[in-house]
Design a protein around this ligand. Structure first.
Ligand SMILES: Nc1ncnc2c1ncn2[C@@H]1O[C@H](COP(=O)(O)OP(=O)(O)OP(=O)(O)O)[C@@H](O)[C@H]1O
Ligand SMILES: [Mg+2]
Length: 475
């Protein structure tokens, strides 16, 4: 905390050295190589195409069924990507993510072979489910788990998904950002402005349900929208403090502002189109219904939190129906987990007394072990100990440590977008299977009648000791 000699004694520049360093280092980091790779990914993100084999995996159907579906008069035509496309499938015919959505829309619900491809959309009387990824520990895999879950829901089940990046670091946003989006810059409005919190001097803005729709940004993944993270989230707690001090939070108590705003947005954006409305009486695709269904609402809201439990982050937890706590399994990490859960429980006690009208989180919540090393006895022992202590609080379908994560992250891509070179295909497809298993494990507890494909059970059979109960009913 020592001032430089010139500035010592100048009250306008306490610790100028630190701030000069921050400004200078920020400029260098921005110009470094990794920033250039991010720029390249942002430009090309939309170009990821899927081989017909991958398409079958995401649609949950056999190749013979896909071939029949591709003969439908409204089916997309698989094409070989042009030679500039950044994928490895240069000669093979491929489909885009929106082609997959078109195939879902024309899939015949009466045909058992095609039925798994149908979009898993909520009905008019079912609310969307909000799942929050939060933990105190930094770098525990929250953003990867949240982003993978969101993409898996959209790509594998055709769900309409909203991602709220509640972290000033904006890590999850970078998995979705393109150069056409305002992400992690001054124009990007975050969930803080969605809540109506503009600044410490401004009043709380009570955006109505229609106005709230303007905040979402479309991403290249069909049906997947984003409220990006950004620096203003850091300032939210200060603004909230002043709003409360001025007595402006009577209608929306300080912990419930996001929940109330999401409630208004959901109410103004009901689910009117059903998956069955996407084909007309003759079985042809109704493109208007598809466009409306894809944009009118969401089925799932995924929130990626910052590694802390501030008032703005508490808003994310309170807004959710289910909490997933991604957590590495080392001894020190587990003790931070205990502190985090203890604080959350203490907040919960206060909230339940203060806020009797609100039904908090009706769904089960889980600790999600992450970056678990299969080589480390300690990691597996800690997972086992947690599970034995209380099998209902830990998700036995966890994230193993994978080198594919680092490879994909070099290009700022999730595993669903990353097209690995040949030498890395084995590790990439193993991690993809892991991500699919975790997504199925979580979504199957979040939604009644979720279409089970057996990914979670396959994980349990492969990775866990014999006798471990399966997670979903057998298919
Ligand atoms: N399964 C995995 N195998 C190997 N590395 C992983 C795995 N999951 C995450 N990582 C690495 O761990 C780091 C943190 O991941 P991530 O950003 O998802 O964590 P986080 O909890 O969101 O972090 P923060 O607390 O800063 O928000 C990243 O560098 C990522 O590449
Ligand atoms: Mg993160």
């Amino acid at each position: 905390m020592r001032d430089s000699p010139e500035q010592a004694g100048d009250p306008a520049y306490p610790n100028a050295g630190i701030f000069d360093f921050a400004a200078r280092a920020a400029r260098s980091v921005a110009s470094a190589q990794s920033a250039l790779r991010l720029a390249a990914t942002k430009e090309q993100r939309i170009l990821r195409r899927f081989s017909l084999r991958e398409a079958c995996g995401y649609l949950g159907i056999e190749r013979a069924t896909l071939d029949i579906m591709l003969r439908h008069p409204d089916a997309p035509t698989p094409v070989a990507p042009d030679s500039n496309a950044p994928t490895q499938f240069m000669q093979d015919p491929t489909l885009s993510a929106s082609d997959l959505m078109t195939l879902r829309a024309i899939a015949d619900s009466a045909n058992p072979a095609e039925a798994p491809a149908r979009p898993f959309w909520r009905g008019a009387d079912q609310p969307p489910v909000t799942i929050c990824f939060s933990s105190q520990k930094g770098g525990s895999g929250k953003s990867i788990a949240a982003s993978n879950l969101a993409i898996a829901a959209a790509l594998s089940y055709g769900m309409r998904v909203a991602v709220i990046d509640a972290d000033p670091q904006a890590t999850a946003s970078l998995y979705f950002a393109t150069d056409r989006m305002a992400v992690a810059n001054a124009e990007a409005a975050t969930f803080v402005r969605f809540m109506g919190v503009d600044g410490p001097k401004d009043p709380l803005v009570d955006h109505d349900g229609l106005a709230l729709d303007q905040f979402w940004q479309a991403t290249p993944w069909p049906g997947l929208r984003l409220l990006p993270g950004g620096a203003e989230i850091q300032e939210a707690d200060i603004a909230l403090h002043f709003l409360a001090a001025r007595g402006e939070l009577r209608e929306h108590p300080i912990h419930r502002i996001l929940r109330d705003a999401l409630g208004r947005w959901i109410k103004a954006h009901p689910a009117t189109v059903r998956a069955d409305d996407l084909r007309d009486a003759t079985g042809r695709l109704d493109r208007t219904a598809l466009a409306q269904g894809m944009s009118e609402t969401v089925d799932l809201i995924v929130i990626d939190c910052a590694p802390s439990l501030s008032i703005s982050q508490l808003n994310a937890v309170v807004a959710s129906d289910m909490l997933v706590v991604p957590q590495t399994m080392r001894g020190f990490d587990l003790s931070t987990l205990e502190i985090y859960l203890g604080s959350l429980a203490a907040y919960g006690d206060v909230l339940r007394t203060l806020d009797r009208g609100t039904a908090f989180a009706p769904l089960p919540s889980y600790i999600l072990p992450t970056i678990v090393s299969s080589q480390s006895d300690t990691d597996m022992r800690h997972v086992a100990e947690l599970y034995v202590a209380d099998p209902e609080i830990v998700c036995p379908v966890f994230y193993g440590r994978s080198e594919a994560v680092a490879n994909a992250a070099e290009d700022y891509m999730s595993i669903y977008e990353y097209a690995p070179p040949k030498s890395r295909r084995t590790s990439a497809s193993a991690f993809l299977a892991n991500a699919n298993a975790v997504a199925e494990a979580v979504l199957s507890r979040a939604f009644a009648d979720f279409p089970i494909r057996g990914y979670a059970n396959a994980f349990i059979r492969e990775r866990l000791p014999e006798g471990m109960p399966l997670w979903t009913r057998e298919v």
